[in-house]
Design a protein around this ligand. Structure first.
Ligand code: NAP
Ligand code: ZN
Ligand code: ZN
Length: 350
């Protein structure tokens, strides 16, 4: 197969630059996809900068992929040429272990094959992600994007969408619940839209006063600026559930005080450094601190169907790939409403 145009980081913290990846010829159960759009997740920035350790280079990031099926293997029955499809954070798993059999492939006991910066299940073939023209993925890890969803806005659903939908479902967010969303970025704005669609009364907790009007437009009933101690006094003991999407270090103890007794704070943001948690912040009120990692394949399809039913996509700023390095800088300054989606047609321009 001819090599596929892409953008890669050549080494930790270095700017992304044109690159080419070799994609395999599609096997019997494979789907070859022409990528239309790929969202930029903050995880791409953490990984390119090797902030969590263990990144490998050259790295083609990108795990919020939407595209059209170009070719299918002969055993592929679910999908056809021309279908609008998505690929998220995973491209394979063992399929036999208990987590795989129970639809939580992200916890595969053999180690899941991540879409980039990982290896396939042969543990040899390095995976490269969606900042590229094409990708070949086993049909089990290819999602159907329902009709009616804008392809650019749907791309971020494949990570930001499922990562926030899953904990809202796990912790049973429902009509009338008071849900807090900490950080109004890519994940945060999806958490807000999804929780509001589930009927919850959502309060956004943000460092940026300037985001209030957007938060209210997206369905927030309340908005508090976290630099302000009065906000923590006002909100103390009020929330049933909190989804913390913040990518940088912050004091979890302050936020735990916002939960009502038996309330739960779920961490989805992954700051590079650990942060101390005081036992008393949990013990007072039997509060719970939890974490959540993306979501399984079946749940991702359920999320896409829920989004189609409620007409939810991400708010995206579409950029050509040539602007990816500036986009990273802008994300670090909080200067995006609320997700960048790379238009892969721009790769043809070199
Ligand atoms: P993002 O778009 O950059 O949003 C992060 C938000 O955090 C910002 O918009 C900002 O919101 C807030 N923030 C940033 N710096 C802050 C600081 N110093 N103090 C307080 N708040 C700050 O990032 P994202 O793509 O949503 O990703 C968020 C995090 O989730 C990343 O760490 C990413 O790696 C992680 N993630 C986890 C999973 C998972 O499976 N658990 C999946 C995907 C991503 P305000 O301006 O509103 O304060
Ligand atoms: Zn992501
Ligand atoms: Zn497994």
């Amino acid at each position: 197969m001819p090599s596929t145009p892409a953008y890669a980081a050549p080494a930790a913290g270095k700017p992304l630059a044109p690159f080419s990846v070799e994609r395999r010829d599609p096997g019997p159960r494979d789907v070859e996809i022409d990528i239309l759009f790929c969202g930029i997740c903050h995880t791409d920035i953490h990984q390119v900068r090797d902030e969590w350790g263990g990144s490998t280079f050259p790295m083609v990031p990108g795990h919020e992929i939407v595209g059209r099926v170009r070719q299918v293997g002969k055993e592929v029955t679910r999908l056809d040429i021309g279908d609008l499809v998505g690929v998220g954070c995973m491209v394979d798993s063992c399929r036999a272990c208990e987590p795989c059999r129970h639809g939580t492939e992200q916890f595969c006991e053999q180690g899941v094959a991540w879409t980039y910066g990982s290896t396939l299940m042969d543990r040899k073939t390095v995976t490269q992600g969606g900042y590229s023209s094409r990708i070949v993925v086993d049909q089990k890890f290819v999602l159907q994007v329902p009709a009616g969803l804008d392809p650019a806005g749907a791309a971020p659903l494949l990570c930001a969408g499922i990562t926030t939908y899953s904990p809202l479902r796990q912790w049973g967010a429902k009509r009338g619940d008071r849900v807090g969303v900490v950080g109004l970025g890519g994940l945060g704005h999806m958490a807000l839209k999804l929780a509001a669609a589930m009927g919850a009364e959502v309060t956004v907790l943000s460092t940026s006063r300037a985001k209030e009007a957007d938060a209210r437009r997206l369905g927030a009933a309340g908005f508090e600026v976290t630099g302000d101690d009065a906000a923590f006094r006002k909100m103390a003991g009020r929330l049933d559930l909190m989804i913390d999407t913040v990518s940088a270090p912050h004091d979890y103890n302050r936020y735990l005080g916002l939960l009502r007794p038996h309330g739960t704070m779920v961490l989805v943001g992954v700051p590079p450094e650990p942060a101390p948690v005081a036992a008393g912040a949990l013990i007072g009120g039997n509060r719970r601190l939890a974490g959540s990692l993306i979501g399984g394949i079946a749940e991702t399809q359920a999320m896409l169907d829920f989004c189609a039913q409620h007409r939810i996509v991400a708010d995206v700023e579409v950029i050509p790939i040539q602007q990816v390095n500036q986009a990273y800088e802008r994300m670090l300054k909080g200067d995006v409403r609320f997700r960048f989606a790379i238009d892969m047609a721009s790769l043809k321009q070199g």
